[in-house]
Each structure stands twice: as structure tokens, then as C-alpha cells.
Design a protein around this ligand. Sequence first.
Ligand code: AQP
Length: 333
Amino acid sequence: MSKKIFSGVQPTGNLHLGNYLGAIKNFVELNNDEDNKCIFCVVDLHAITVKQDKDELKNNIRETTATFIASGIDPSKSIIFNQSKVYAHAEGSWILSCMAPMGWLNRMTQFKEKAGKDKEKASVGLYIYPILMASDILLYDATHVPVGEDQKQHLELTRDIAQKFNKDFKCENFLKVPEPLIKKNFSRIMSLKDGLKKMSKSDQSDLSRINLTDTKDEIVNKIKKAKTDSYSIPNEEEKLKDRPEAENLLGIYSSISDQTLDKTLDQFGGKNFSELKNQLAEILSNKIYPISNEIKKLINDKQYLDKILSEGADKAEQIAGKKIKEMKKIIGF
Ligand code: AQP
């Protein structure tokens, strides 16, 4: 069945293995299916929910675009653009924020995690981030949204907002209710330094993540230094309970080699971590290094990247511009 795919990645620097295994690898598979219509967005309006340096932001928009292409997304098959170029995203976000009750937003756990103890100082943008995300998705009538596990709650909110809009304005099916596409296994990659914390761009420690721009040596060094525990690797999944670092490394190995956790446990059960780490470092270097190399090449070709973004924005504008006009008409503008 043909799918309309929409997903985004924030240009906040240091795209990492979690972004790759949780989202981008999935984007590439969907892009390769001729039946799908894919739109991949560099969500720069989302990025400014926390303070950004102007020049870094500019570079990160290009680097995220380069990462999409270097990972295997073909810009001739998919639309790639940056969000701030298409005004409808912000306009749609305002309209939807007038429909969504505060109570729904108050339940969003990511805001609580990201705002931390200093909730009063967090931007209003960070609080309403999920509504902008709903606008992104709903403007393109996306049927499927590939994301990591951490975005599941935001997608449920998108579905609720779409249904409420359709009900409030008696326009059944106007906003399409999208399905999440979340990998069943290993859809949440954890920090290499703390198996209870998500691998994240903003983690202070570079050793906590494998960046998609890391060199072979950096990958090997980070895996070598990854936190483990003092037991050997078990043979059964059940025995991984309360061993988050072991589970994470075995999960990463399974995900990058496209095999089940059971198979990985068969392979490494009873062995010590150095053997897993050696093989994991090798397979990661083989998969990530070519991407890293390609990103470094592409990033020097600013003209090419800007052209991809500009052509993508023109195509996106045609779809989102039409939808927002219809939306405004429904409201009474
Ligand atoms: N650790 C992760 N495991 C699996 N999937 C992940 N994603 C992010 N981290 C992991 C998925 O990557 C896509 C793009 O995410 P994003 O960069 O737009 O936002 P994020 O989830 O806020 O990523 P970070 O790394 O945590 O960024 P910072 O530190 O800047 O807030 C999404 O589909 C996400 O699920």
C-alpha cells in the first residue's frame, strides 16, 4: 500500500546513532520503496525552542540535510526541506494551539524531561513543541510517521488534535489521522555512559554517543569506553533485566546488524563484554564511517545542499500552502 510519509529531525548538531537507528535508517527504507511519497524535514523551527547560535544553526541545517543524503535518502525521490522556509507550519501551529487543551500538553513527558527543574525558565515554544509537530504532519496529510520511541506520545497528541479539529469543525477526515511507524525493537538507543538515559545530541559528554560524523578511531574508542557491568553476557533476554547498559549494547548490535536480540544473545551469551565490544566497534565503523565520510564531502558543497533545500521547500509549499488555505476557510477566515 502506498504511504505518505512525513518525519523531521532537529538541526541541533551532533546527529547520532540514536537518530540513525531510531529514525533515519527507517527513512531510507521507506524512501527506497517506490510506492511511498516521502517528505523529510529539517525542523529548524523546533530547534529554536532552546537557544541556538545563529551561525551554528545555519551549519547544522546543512549538516542535517547532508546526513539525510549521506545515509541514503535520495533527494530525487523524496522532498527534503527546512521547516522555516514554509510559512504554513507556523500558521498551522497557531491554529492548532487554539484547538488543543492545555491539559493534553501538560501530560507531555518530553517537556518535563527537557525543561527539567527549571520549568519556569523554559521557553513557551518548548512547551508547545508538540503542536508545531502536529502542524508539520497534518499539513501534508501524512499517513505514516517514522519516529523513535521517544516521540510516541507526541504522535498520539497529533492524532488527538486531528480528531478534535475534524469534530469541532464538522469536517470529517479533513485532517488525516496518521499512524506512527516505530520500530518494535531497539527504538530507543540509550547513552553509552548511562543505560537509563536516552542517547542525545545535547548530552554534555561526547563519549555518551556515537556521532554520525565520528571517525573510525573515535567509534572504536567510544565503544571501548562504553559502560558495562561486571557480569558476563547472558543467554536469555529475561536475564538482561536491571542491566540497562548490557541491554543497550546488545540492542545496538542487533539493530545495526538487522538481527533479533535472541540471535545476538546466541552469539555472545556466556562471553565477556570485550568480545561484544570488539565486534560492535567493527560493525559500527563499517556502517557509520562511510556515512561520516560522505557527510564531510557534502558539507563542503553548500550550493548543492542549498539547492536541495530550496527545491524541496518549493514542492512542500505547494502541498502545505493548499492545506492551510483550506484549513483557514473551514475556520471562517
Ligand atoms: N536515543 C534515541 N533513540 C532512538 N531514536 C531517537 N531519536 C532521537 N534520539 C533517539 C529519534 O530521532 C528523530 C529525530 O530526533 P530530533 O533530533 O528531532 O529530536 P530529539 O528526539 O530531541 O533528539 P535528541 O538527540 O534528544 O536531541 P536534543 O538533545 O537536541 O534534544 C526522532 O524521530 C527521534 O525519535
